[in-house]
Design a protein around this ligand. Sequence first.
Ligand code: PMP
Length: 472
Amino acid sequence: MGIIEENKKLEELDKKYIWHPFTQMKDWLEEKPIIISEGRDCFIKDIYGRWYLDGVSSLWVNIFGHRKKEIDDAIKEQLDRIAHSTLLGLSNAPAIKLAEKLIQIVQKSLGRNKETNPPLPPFSKGGLGGLCKVFYSDNGSTAVEVAIKMAFQYWRHKGVEARHTFVSLTNAYHGDTIGAVSVGGIDIFHKAFEPLLFKTYKAPSPYCYRCELNKEYPDCNFACLEKMEEIFKAHSEEIAALIIEPLVQAAGGMITSPPKYLRGVRELCTKYNILMIADEVATGFGRTGKMFACEHEDVVPDIICLSKGITGGYMPLAVTLCTDEIYNAFLGEFKDLKTFFHGHSYTGNPLACAAALACLDVFEQEHVLEGLKAKIELLEVWLKEVLNINHIGDVRSTGLMAGVELVRDKKTKEPYDWSDKMGWRVAYRARENGVFIRPLGNVIVIMPPLSISEQNLKRLLDIIRVAIIDIT
Ligand code: PMP
């Protein structure tokens, strides 16, 4: 079979057999699929040899580009030893080394601002920067499920059975499993599953451009935090934890919270003795310009969820880190059934842990965070400039995570209809010019690998700007 026939066959078989995630398959079946065969640096190549600049880091996971030698080598080396063995009743060296490394990094990043962090709630005496236990799973949603179950059962072990519910935010996204959807707040994705979900209280999203309380920042004096406090005040006896995406509600449309908002959330959780779960699945590992988003506001959560960038975008891996206080509550006699009955087949997979270890080494060896400053500035300058474009209503960014919100009418902020597929049309146009991006409704998402060169970043932004102008 010649290469052309082989490619056609792949396209046919894809349509015949694969159900793609978050994809209207009727549309997909009418389109020519892009099938990726290779990647290098920040580029991905399709089966016809066309290269695309990867503007969304292969769905926000890729940090150092494709075929990063250090990570390639680490996986190959591990492959010569063992690909997988279980953490249920056994351990393995990469999982142990990675756990130690993660705790060191988290302590360095989140543990040093002891003076500025408020005292932890009476039930949470783990100590500041006290995130010191690692629970492995394999994707962001499971990291969140683990956090939810841990928080819930923590209170039961403490004899506080009434704390069975959670507070999350509107516009929140924490994954697609049922627990994660229960704490989600994006109607388009989550509404259909409502009858299946457990009860949560929803605090307002800090979405200043479209404030659900009809206030203007900064005159609002954080009315959204006041609403959160009202919920806490009325229901603290039944709330196990609050879960939040620190600084950026990513899948909700790259919604960036104003300075000091996150800090305010931490203070409220402390005041009302509610555990704080930081879902840094999207924001972790340098995305916001610091290792973790919480670091920007000197916030130490009680539980943190990490995934995506942890392996540099190579292997599925996630961790849920918690304090000693939470971990200790699960200790007991075998017969007491205090065990955390949760675990996945690929928990602590050695290949994934080896990739993550190599990835964390690259952060140190290449001084990755220091190298981001110029690129973040370039992105911020570009965002300010494009805000002048007629149908761009708002631009938002933190570090190398950005969203450009398209509107039908800039004055009234009238959005385009979902059915206009405006974000998609811009993405398709960019694709014709060699850039791969994936929008969130009317929000154009810009989230390139951290390692992107300034030259390629400029190229990416140029192509996106032209695509927006052309289409709108
Ligand atoms: N939490 C956040 C903040 C996310 O952005 C995502 C994924 N976009 C998830 C959880 C779920 O991660 P996964 O897709 O790996 O299950």
